[in-house]
Design a protein around this ligand. Sequence first.
Ligand SMILES: Cc1cc2nc3c(=O)[nH]c(=O)nc-3n(C[C@H](O)[C@H](O)[C@H](O)COP(=O)(O)OP(=O)(O)OC[C@H]3O[C@@H](n4cnc5c(N)ncnc54)[C@H](O)[C@@H]3O)c2cc1C
Length: 261
Amino acid sequence: MYEFGFTRPTSVADAVAAMGEEDAQALGGGQTLIPTLKQRLAMPVTLVSLSGIAEMQGIQSGDGQLVIGGATRHADVAAGAGAYPALAALAGGIGDPAVRNRGTIGGSLANNDPAACYPAAALASGATIVTNLREIGADEYFQGMFTTALEDGEIITAVRFPLPEAANYQKFLQPASRFAMVGVFVAKFADGVRVAVTGASEEGVFRWGEAEAALSANFTADAISGLSVPADGMIGDIHGSKSYRAHLVGVMTKRAVEAAA
Ligand SMILES: Cc1cc2nc3c(=O)[nH]c(=O)nc-3n(C[C@H](O)[C@H](O)[C@H](O)COP(=O)(O)OP(=O)(O)OC[C@H]3O[C@@H](n4cnc5c(N)ncnc54)[C@H](O)[C@@H]3O)c2cc1C
């Protein structure tokens, strides 16, 4: 590790001011950032911890939506997002207890790891990412592996999830890391079904439009029996080939639909 400054503001306004300093970087739960610093892949001058900002903590529901503060830990979402059971279950399946007790929803969405779970939930739900500057729809927010619409210094203060009629997340996990080899989140709304896939594509999280159309017409696993995603563009690595991941997308989508229905 190298020497760096550390500040722990208690308001979003103070955090934004601290982020305005040269080479300052937000610190959520540190589950991704601290190992990155240890390897010196990032060397911010100052870490701005978001963990002391009360207005970025907690979960509220009402008016058909669930709003989660950007610094809310996975363990708190697992325990407190009862209004959206599929999301609570997803949070409870992230990593291990140590990761869930430190990692935050804002950190996960800002990082946008191609195998992370929250991006699938946010995209399938049509969530809104709320920052200190603006509100960003999930369809615009995710822009490829580790890439988002966030500008330098922009802080995710909350995430707003519309509550679906039915939803489920199925993760085929990589047993060592517990990240998704393929994860599929299916959400059924009055005006249609959204399907988002994580872990599979070289482009990061994506919507499977063909399955969405079929499931919007007929919300059963049979409706997508003849459908598949192309292996081209899928991730291929020591854990699974491109065609294996493409196959898993279909399998996990069917399981998610069966569980949701
Ligand atoms: C062993 C292990 C297993 C894991 N398994 C899973 C898994 O199964 N599924 C899964 O989804 N994830 C998994 N993770 C990742 C975990 O969910 C992390 O919590 C997450 O990637 C980063 O969140 P964090 O709060 O720790 O962010 P940090 O590590 O603190 O920060 C990550 C990045 O986000 C930025 N940032 C943090 N908070 C904000 C904010 N509010 N606004 C803007 N930028 C911000 C930071 O500047 C940094 O660039 C795993 C991690 C580990 C170590």
